[in-house]
Write a new protein. Structure first.
Length: 346
């Protein structure tokens, strides 16, 4: 039976943390992957550990795709100035994907023979593992792949970020923050800082605090999406769905938010007909009183028949996903397109 595959992000985090803690560094690092926040964090962690503040003689930065292999080879082989090492940062150069054919052998030779006095850090969002260059650096250096963390790792990271200043953090607050913000670690970090400041005096962070302090961008996008659906603007609705993907909101979460919104609008329609007070409508539907006016306006852009039909289409989309007839992404896209079709008033 094959062993469980290690999480590459966890391996990268643990490896670099150990290097920094022990002061034992590789001559070459490659920081790559899709999780830009972690790449940035560990780039700065390595630089903080390797570069003496103000020592411009022993720190070189090569950034952008205009950097060529010859420049980097020369820097690699330059001795440090009154120091035991020099540090080179090569960021976004593309040199691990493509180098002119006539320079490949020299470049690989330079990388394979990096002096003990040089620390070279590549930061590349994309690398090509098939190239000779990448295979060479994989053998001689530390390749740290930072991908989006899985749920358990993300939950632990969020809880740690929330408790940095010593506050106690309930698990529901962690889940509420991820649900409100999505899985983008930059945004999670920013919102965690806001929550720490808010809870500084009381020393604890709860799900209620998250609701009070953090703007739910996913819900805002879905609200705008329903406006686009009411206007039969499929292009705008799909662009908003793309925005949700950029926020790393899972398609099933988007589907749940769309369905929840249509159900809230149906409830508001019924309560409006019964002439309920706004305070009662807000409390029953869970909509903040500040947003009730805009939500009532949105409800009035649909008929009750349209709202009930939309809720049924959401349920059908969920069944298609669970039955394996459609991927979650395709099911949500098709749902949005169907909802944007010109409706029959009734």
């Amino acid at each position: 039976m094959a062993g469980k595959k290690e999480n590459p992000t966890l391996v990268a985090v643990n490896t670099i943390n150990d290097h920094i803690k022990n002061g034992s560094f590789s001559r070459l690092y490659v920081l790559t992957g899709t999780e830009g926040y972690l790449i940035s964090q560990y780039k700065h962690a390595l630089l903080e550990a390797l570069v003496t503040p103000g020592d411009t003689m022993n720190y070189n930065v090569f950034a952008g795709d205009k950097v060529n292999a010859v420049q980097l080879i020369e820097a690699i082989n330059t001795m440090p100035f009154f120091s035991d090492h020099r540090t080179i940062l090569a960021e976004g150069t593309g040199l691990l994907k493509k180098v002119p054919e006539e320079l490949i052998d020299n470049f690989i030779n330079a990388l394979e023979n990096i002096p003990d006095t040089t620390r070279l850090i590549f930061v590349e969002s994309e690398v090509d593992a098939r190239t000779r260059i990448y295979k060479a650096v994989s053998k001689i250096g530390t390749v740290a792949k930072f991908e989006a963390p899985d749920s358990s790792m993300l939950n632990a990271w969020v809880k740690k970020a929330l408790s940095e200043d010593g506050a106690t953090v309930e698990d529901k607050a962690v889940f509420a923050l991820i649900n409100a913000v999505g899985q983008d670690m930059n945004r999670l970090s920013n919102e965690a800082a806001k929550l720490r400041a808010y809870a500084a005096d009381k020393g604890s962070i709860t799900a209620i605090d998250v609701d009070l302090v953090c703007e739910n961008e996913a819900e805002n996008k879905v609200f705008a999406m329903l406006d686009a659906i009411a206007a039969h603007d499929s292009e705008k609705a799909l662009l908003l769905y793309s925005d949700l993907e950029q926020l790393k909101t899972p398609p099933m979460q988007t589907l749940a938010l769309i369905r929840k919104r249509f159900m809230q609008l149906s409830q508001l329609k019924v309560m409006q007909k019964d002439k309920e007070e706004n305070s009662v409508m807000a409390k029953y539907t869970g909509i903040h009183p500040f947003y009730l006016k805009d939500t009532l306006k949105q409800a009035n852009s649909f008929t009750m028949k349209e709202l009930l039909s939309a809720s049924e289409k959401c349920a059908d989309a969920e069944l298609d996903i669970k039955a394996g007839r459609l991927t979650d992404k395709n099911a949500v896209e098709m749902l949005i397109l169907h909802l944007c079709l010109k409706k029959t008033k009734g």
